[in-house]
Write a protein that binds this ligand. Sequence first.
Ligand SMILES: Cc1cc2nc3c(=O)[nH]c(=O)nc-3n(C[C@H](O)[C@H](O)[C@H](O)COP(=O)(O)O)c2cc1C
Length: 355
Amino acid sequence: MKVLALNSSARAGDVSKTEIMLDCLVEGMRDAGAEVEIINLAKKKIKYCIGCFTCWTKTPGKCVHKDDMTGEIYPKYLECDLCVLATPLYHFTVNAQMKTFIERTLPMVQPFFVERDGVTMHPLRHEMPPAVVISVAGFPEESVFDQLKSYMNFLYGDRLVAQIYRASCEMLKTPPSGDTMKDILEATVQGGRELVKTMKISPRTLARIKKPMTSFNKMAPVGNLAWQTCIDEGVTMGQFQKRGMVPRPNSIETYLAIMKMAFNRKKAGDARAVMQYRFTGQVEGDCYLKINKGKITAAPGSVKKPDLTIESPFEVWMDILTRRADGAQMLMEGRYKAAGNTELLMKMGDFFGES
Ligand SMILES: Cc1cc2nc3c(=O)[nH]c(=O)nc-3n(C[C@H](O)[C@H](O)[C@H](O)COP(=O)(O)O)c2cc1C
């Protein structure tokens, strides 16, 4: 089976969630014996359709443009046994690069009007290849893909053999990646294998690929903090991620949410520790973190017999968390107090962050 995979993301590498998902799908397809070529549309020269309809009249089936679409992509599209259309969701549909490609497939149809099931159509000059759409979106609800789904169904009809929609995709490969994310990526590989073997993806595999990773209530507080931190520090989200920056909490609730998110159960192993925080200053109140055999409890209030008690102005502790200040130096300068097993201060890195 010859597969043409068109990736329209403007981003590349681990920051491109389209690429992450597509690479998994392609891995599975190759594993099942398919010959797959990936083309990055953003790196190609594809001119806009100018609506001259020359491809319908003077040169039937042939576009006037001379670019990578006419020279390379269109012939490959006509020849392939299966085409994968991989696009990030932009404004609830395909992005501009993918739309430009789609518009440039106009030579596939003839100019005449025919009616099918009460709807006006143009007859096909060439059979469309079977297609798979794979798309990723930032929002957590699957309904974010409703418009794209409807568009793709209309465009490809029964030639659309599979639709893979991955919401809350910005969490993919965001450290520390959990088991859910690993399973989503493994299921996508499996989806690729199934497509080559059966020309479809089983409902079970699709359900694994689409498994909800988060909800608005879980995502928005931490996501908003991350964006606010980018604005305050004058960095892009890409720089924020590359530098391993931490969203700066602005309340006890968001501090606890960040600590829960950053907890790395693999690194923590079977360690046990109870940390009590007593905050003063900009944000006042108590909270604690309990680490116990790969699990974390993070809650407001106090706990009996903590291993370590930190008394700190909230802003000082947040400076340390976001690496604006050095924890050891702040302690020496008396900017915060630590009582109990102070060795735990050094061990924080064993519990949180990337492996
Ligand atoms: C211009 C633009 C429009 C976007 N529109 C949406 C949208 O309508 N819904 C959504 O959930 N995410 C939207 N996003 C988020 C992207 O779908 C998401 O960041 C995705 O990871 C991008 O794919 P990439 O990582 O391959 O670039 C948009 C992003 C950009 C840059």
